[in-house]
Design a protein around this ligand. Structure first.
Ligand SMILES: Cc1cc2nc3c(=O)[nH]c(=O)nc-3n(C[C@H](O)[C@H](O)[C@H](O)COP(=O)(O)OP(=O)(O)OC[C@H]3O[C@@H](n4cnc5c(N)ncnc54)[C@H](O)[C@@H]3O)c2cc1C
Length: 476
């Protein structure tokens, strides 16, 4: 709890003065003595099933007694929210369904549990690539296309991997196997980024292309200059990625241009960049946190962060391709990763104001609580994406702001307070990636699209086989 909040809400007197607590007993002991936590004690572990065939998925969805609701499909489980969490329900781990089904020069069909890493390698061996350069290769194709995802897309890319979907094989909540393709575009629009609430995806067909190349340009500017550039960046043909250091008032802008003049990318340079940004820097900052005295330590951390950004953003890479960028192996995610991350998306027009408030908030929060994120934040421009009903960029270009840290103490409080600020600037939460979502914000951000999505969800799943507590809370 934030110290200021802690002052306002004193701890529960009965709990604090309880003799067992004074004797240092655990929660389970207290529960047995008082009954206060009895419900938590009864929480059941979910059944975990790894289907190997469509028939097994159908069997799970049909047999309610053996496989209790809610049933949640899970890919790599790298999401940052409770979207796959169940108490006493069933987890359908799709990782065993990971085969290549079909491949030609324009389309690849894979089972939903295939890792992005494996798909990229299969394509690269044939000089092909995806139309979106999603990072974090341990994720599954089913998980990525079923949720919101971010990447630095150029004019020739799709806005995200879900937008590249040409066909989906789905087991509906009542156990029926159905195939959807571009002949039913309205159905694909509902199924892309649908968080496994319409059914379990077992096969995905994606648009692909021959390998292409882009030029990378870099610039180092202050926040004031950046906000002036944002309207142009919102509609730029180049892909836009920005590293933000609010305590240094510094932004490193990376532009990716597909102008046909790009040199051949150097795979080794991309690997070095991946290692420095996603392994060396987080590990170093983790160690630096042990330096006593925040007045000395925190500027030191900022200094290292900035030096690293200068190195990776101005020296290492000047050309790239989706295939080369996706060979990195250090960007680990999920509960065991050292780096914590949370993303809010903002309409392009409001992002400038949101950025200022973000910087002010970082300073204020640090002054009051002593907490601050030690890694640079990342901003991506996301291209308009009307291909998915629940897409955060459905209505036009947006900027995604990813807050990142290796510090865990105080992180959740930081996010709760930031969530309230984000709401004031039209913040759009991602149900797989935004923590601390204020109660009304999902409805406010997705509006009538959410109503339509919920209506269709009720039609597809009238017995609520797939919806868990998290989605019940946020979709209403
Ligand atoms: C620290 C951290 C950093 C992150 N960084 C990024 C980032 O840089 N870019 C980015 O795009 N995302 C990022 N994410 C978000 C996360 O990687 C995405 O949620 C990811 O796309 C999910 O892939 P997955 O295979 O892990 O899916 P899961 O997490 O397993 O599932 C995600 C959603 O899809 C559903 N689902 C999964 N498989 C299926 C299926 N076969 N059928 C139907 N529904 C299914 C699940 O029920 C769930 O609702 C980050 C998350 C964290 C915690």
């Amino acid at each position: 709890m934030h110290p200021a909040t802690a002052r306002i809400i004193p701890p529960h007197p009965k709990l604090v003065s309880h003799s067992s607590l004074e004797r240092g007993r655990g929660m389970a002991d207290i529960a047995r003595l008082t009954g206060r936590f009895r419900r938590l004690e009864k929480t059941q572990e979910p059944r975990r099933i790894k289907p190997r065939s469509v028939e097994q998925i159908s069997e799970v969805l049909l047999d309610r007694r053996r496989f209790p609701s809610p049933v949640r499909p899970v890919g790599a489980n790298s999401n940052g929210t409770r979207c796959t969490r169940v108490h006493g329900g069933t987890v359908l781990d799709m990782s065993e369904m990971n085969k290549l089904v079909r491949l030609d020069k324009k389309c690849v069909t894979v089972q939903a549990g295939m890792r992005l890493r494996d798909l990229v390698r299969i394509l690269a061996d044939r000089d092909l690539e995806l139309m979106a350069s999603e990072e974090q290769l341990d994720r599954t194709i089913g998980g990525i296309i079923s949720s919101a995802s971010l990447f630095c897309g150029t004019a020739i890319d799709d806005p995200n991997l879900a937008a590249s979907v040409l066909g989906i094989g789905l087991v509906t909540p009542n156990g029926r196997n159905m195939d959807f393709d571009t002949s039913t575009p309205e159905m694909l629009q509902v199924l892309r980024q649908s968080y496994g609430l319409m059914g379990v995806v077992h096969t995905v067909s994606l648009r692909i292309r021959p390998r292409s190349q882009y030029t990378v340009r870099h610039g180092k500017i202050g926040f004031a200059e950046l906000t002036k550039l944002l309207p142009g960046l919102a509609t730029a043909k180049a892909g836009v990625k920005i590293y933000l250091l609010p305590f240094r008032n510094r932004a490193f802008v990376e532009l990716r241009e597909t102008d046909g003049k790009a040199r051949k990318p150097r795979a080794l340079a991309w690997r070095a960049r991946d290692w420095i940004a996603n392994k060396l820097l987080p590990d170093l900052l983790y160690l630096l946190r042990k330096v006593p005295g925040r007045r000395f330590r925190d500027p030191l951390i900022d200094g290292f962060s900035e030096a690293t950004q200068v190195l990776i953003n101005t020296r290492l890479v000047d050309a790239g391709s989706n295939a080369v960028e996706q060979t990195g192996k250090f960007r680990r995610i999920g509960p065991t990763a050292r780096t914590r991350s949370c993303t809010w998306v903002f309409p392009a027009k409001q992002f400038g104001a949101a950025l200022y408030s973000y910087r002010e908030y970082c300073h204020r929060h640090y002054k009051i609580s002593g907490f601050r994120c030690d890694l640079p934040s990342l901003a991506y421009r996301l291209l308009p994406d009307p291909c998915a009903l629940m897409s955060p960029s459905f209505e036009g270009p947006v900027f995604a702001l990813s807050l990142r840290t290796t510090v865990t103490d105080g992180w959740e409080d930081f996010l709760i307070d930031f969530g309230a600020i984000a709401g004031r600037f039209g913040g759009i939460p991602l149900l797989n990636y935004t923590r601390g979502i204020p109660a009304t914000q999902v409805k406010q951000a997705y509006g009538s699209r959410l109503e339509k999505f919920c209506l269709l969800r009720e039609q597809m799943d009238p017995q609520n086989r797939l919806i868990n507590q998290f989605f019940t809370e946020h979709l209403g």
